[in-house]
Design a protein around this ligand. Structure first.
Ligand SMILES: [Zn+2]
Length: 57
């Protein structure tokens, strides 16, 4: 039984988040969705969490 905690490489979600899944690079499906949105819209989508992450670095 493996219950390893995985944290997304791009954001702060971990594998306890409901409905989350990770690709081979450790990026969650939510980040992939945002990536696709940004490509479709041609702009960067501003999410508060991203700004918080930048400030904490
Ligand atoms: Zn993520």
């Amino acid at each position: 039984m493996t219950n390893q905690l995985i944290i997304c490489y791009r954001c702060i979600y971990d594998s306890n988040t409901s409905g989350i899944s990770f690709d081979n690079e450790g990026v969650c499906n939510y980040c992939k969705q945002i990536e696709n949105l940004e490509k479709d819209m041609g702009v960067l989508v501003n999410f508060p969490d991203k700004e918080k992450l930048k400030e904490s670095l």
